[in-house]
Ligand binder design. Structure first.
Ligand code: 13P
Length: 242
């Protein structure tokens, strides 16, 4: 009932040459899953044009909470939609920890993304310290609750949620399939009945070698892939496994 989704977050990586090569390999993907690519802002039009007709969607790694006006350096949901984005990541842990985005700001970005016609991919996750203190589920519930307060439960259920434990991002340490399932199940319970249709992705050092075990979990509906999405062969393989 929930269609699997594999998303590639390229973060601040790539140039014309490497992106042209990645686009060529994206065109070879054969997968039953929905596939979405999140390139850096400036390469969005290039990727949108390059993958046209391939059945792959494109999204932005971030979005402004503002609609338009004197907000130097910001990009609105409507602008992203206009250049061909379907999705926008909100609340990635790198935005939260490096750029100080709060739950409140993430909630505003979520609302703005939906208002601009985009499907938000809401990232949530705990730090290692929070996990060791036994706070994982409470931290994640609070991150999601802030967005429910801002946009309503229905809106959150229509979006995509990505559980990305901060300690697993770019570290090579994946959450075990069981650890992921516990959190995904708790998120789904928080969403209530409508959460049955919400896609909840796992992110954090996903590779072809650990993807199948994660995808076998009943509440894991796909992956948000960072580093491995820059490796054409790995990413293709992950898409095939979903
Ligand atoms: P890695 O797959 O490199 O750990 O990154 C995960 C991530 O942050 C995706 O958004």
């Amino acid at each position: 009932m929930r269609h699997p989704l594999v998303a590639g977050n390229w973060k601040m990586n790539g140039n014309h040459e490497s992106i042209a090569a990645l686009i060529a390999s994206l065109l070879e993907i054969r997968s039953d899953a929905d596939v979405v690519i999140f390139p850096p802002y400036v390469y969005l039009p290039l990727v949108v044009a390059g993958i046209e007709g391939a059945g792959i969607s494109v999204g932005a790694q971030n979005v402004s909470e503002q609609h338009s006006g004197a907000f130097t350096g910001e990009v609105s949901g409507q602008m992203l939609r206009e250049v061909g984005c379907r999705y926008a990541i909100v609340g990635h842990s790198e935005r939260r920890s490096i750029y100080g985005e709060t739950n409140q700001q993430v909630a505003e970005k979520f609302t703005a993304a939906q208002a601009g016609g985009l499907i938000p991919v809401l990232c949530v996750g705990e730090t290692l310290e929070q996990r060791e203190q036994g706070e994982t589920l409470a931290i994640i519930a609070a991150q999601i609750d802030a967005v429910i307060k801002g946009s309503g439960l229905g809106a959150v259920c229509e979006a995509v949620i990505a559980y990305e434990p901060v300690w697993a991002i770019g570290t090579g340490k994946t959450a075990s399939a069981e650890q992921a399932q516990v959190v995904h199940q708790a998120i789904r319970q928080q969403l209530g009945d409508s959460g049955a249709k919400t896609r909840i992705l796992y992110g954090g050092s996903v590779k072809a070698a650990n993807a199948s075990e994660l995808f076998m979990q009943p509440d894991v509906d796909g992956a948000l892939v960072g580093g491995a999405s820059l490796d054409a062969k790995e990413f293709k393989e992950i898409c095939k496994l979903a």
